[in-house]
Ligand binder design. Structure first.
Ligand SMILES: NC(=O)C1=CN([C@@H]2O[C@H](COP(=O)(O)OP(=O)(O)OC[C@H]3O[C@@H](n4cnc5c(N)ncnc54)[C@H](OP(=O)(O)O)[C@@H]3O)[C@@H](O)[C@H]2O)C=CC1
Ligand SMILES: CC(=O)N[C@@H](CCC(=O)OP(=O)(O)O)C(=O)O
Length: 347
């Protein structure tokens, strides 16, 4: 018998990508889709690309609508998940794509999000090194999962191998990311109009203000860094989806290029969705769009004494919906790869 699924916030971008992946998942079956302003609309009115789910219509986002399913994916705005999740039974697998349960520190939550910390849940990044193991092990059998932020995923995966190997200085990390507007969601915002975006590039949340900073610090500490300091700057560029993160950090004295390549290649050798390119190559966003892959190029800037990692992901793939489904598969004891693909849709 298939596993019954509800997706809350299904009319948004993250919800839509969840539905696209779930439609091809052999074990999970979408039974209920909820929305806010779009409640009452047929699914195809919002997602005309999802024809195989054309029999569904959006209903109101309430705990009563979500209850009774085996798995509930929440793709709601920040701050909307915690209250509704608290009303769902403990035996339901709840996978939250929002930030409400990502941070382990209430002080960090208050500093970057304000009131209403939801408490932390098991973190949905299977490839993250945690102590001597991987986070994958901590996801088996859980019934609550916090899906990472999309920018966080790109930066964490880019640097974790060097941190874990003890060869980078995590107190001087610099990350600059080119990001597409779908990361900001589907709701209309003036700075996301085509007339503002096209032919343009603009930094935002500069000067250490982006809410993903404490989450990246938390991850790099989990990977083994005693202390983390990161300068993080996203730049909005005109590509519908995708993130290209350039992450640099000083290398510990005496670290060779071979040490670096060996750390990154060995960390991800067994990972289906994290790929390290041959030395000197860099990834393209268009090669990961539509996939659950993170592809990175790792080089050493010997003059600056820094490792330079360029990592591409699809913010809606490995950055949200792909990670949500990969983690849910693990929690449910299914094959981790069901419903996911390594291949993009370029050009
Ligand atoms: N976009 C991305 O790349 C990523 C998104 N996420 C997270 O996923 C979540 C959803 O993001 P995204 O899909 O981009 O956002 P969207 O704005 O595209 O979608 C938001 C969804 O929530 C619904 N909604 C809006 N307001 C409320 C409300 N007050 N109560 C209940 N439901 C509401 C919307 O319904 P309606 O449209 O019908 O009004 C819509 O279904 C966020 O927490 C985001 O941080 C995480 C990683 C990456
Ligand atoms: C372009 C743009 O605004 N991108 C968003 C991506 C946020 C995201 O997807 O992650 P969360 O789940 O933490 O919101 C941003 O940088 O805030």
């Amino acid at each position: 018998m298939s596993v019954s699924v509800a997706v809350a916030g299904a009319s948004g971008y993250a919800g839509g990508e969840l539905l696209r992946l779930l439609a091809q998942h052999p074990e999970l079956e979408v039974a209920t889709v909820t929305a806010h302003s779009n409640a009452g609309q047929p699914l195809l009115a919002v997602h005309p690309h999802l024809r195989s789910l054309g029999h569904l219509s959006f209903v109101e986002t309430t705990a009563a609508q979500l209850q009774g399913h085996d798995v509930v994916f929440l793709a709601l705005p920040h701050g909307q998940s915690a209250a509704i999740a608290a009303e769902l039974s403990d035996d339901v697998l709840v996978v939250d794509c929002g930030a409400d349960h990502r941070l382990t520190s209430e002080a960090d939550w208050q500093a970057f999000y304000g009131d209403g910390w939801g408490g932390s849940w098991p973190y949905g990044m299977p490839e993250l090194p945690v102590g001597d193991a991987l986070q994958r092990r901590n996801l088996r059998g859980v019934r609550r999962i916090a899906v990472p932020g999309c920018n966080v995923t790109a930066v964490t995966l880019a640097l974790a191998p060097g941190v874990q190997a003890g060869i980078v200085d995590a107190t001087d990390v610099v990350a600059v990311l080119a990001v597409g507007p779908s990361g900001a969601g589907r709701a209309l915002k003036p700075h996301l109009l085509a007339s503002e975006l096209l032919g343009n590039a603009q930094a935002y949340a500069v000067g250490g203000t982006h809410r993903h900073i404490p989450e990246i610090e938390q991850n790099l500490r989990a990977a083994g860094a005693a202390e983390v300091r990161i300068s993080f700057t996203p730049v909005l560029v005109p590509m519908a989806r995708g993130i290209l993160a350039t992450v640099t950090a000083p290398l510990v004295e005496g670290t060779s290029v071979d040490d670096v390549l060996s750390a990154w290649h060995s960390a991800y050798a067994d990972e289906r969705y994290v790929h390290v390119l041959p030395h000197g190559e860099t990834p393209r966003v268009s090669d990961v769009v539509g996939s659950n892959s993170a592809v990175m190029g790792v080089t050493v800037d010997e003059r600056a004494g820094r490792v330079v990692v360029v990592c591409a992901i699809d913010n809606l793939g490995k950055g949200t919906a792909g990670a949500a489904i990969q983690s849910a598969n693990i929690a449910l004891g299914l094959d981790e790869h069901l419903g996911l693909t390594t291949d993009g849709v370029a050009p």
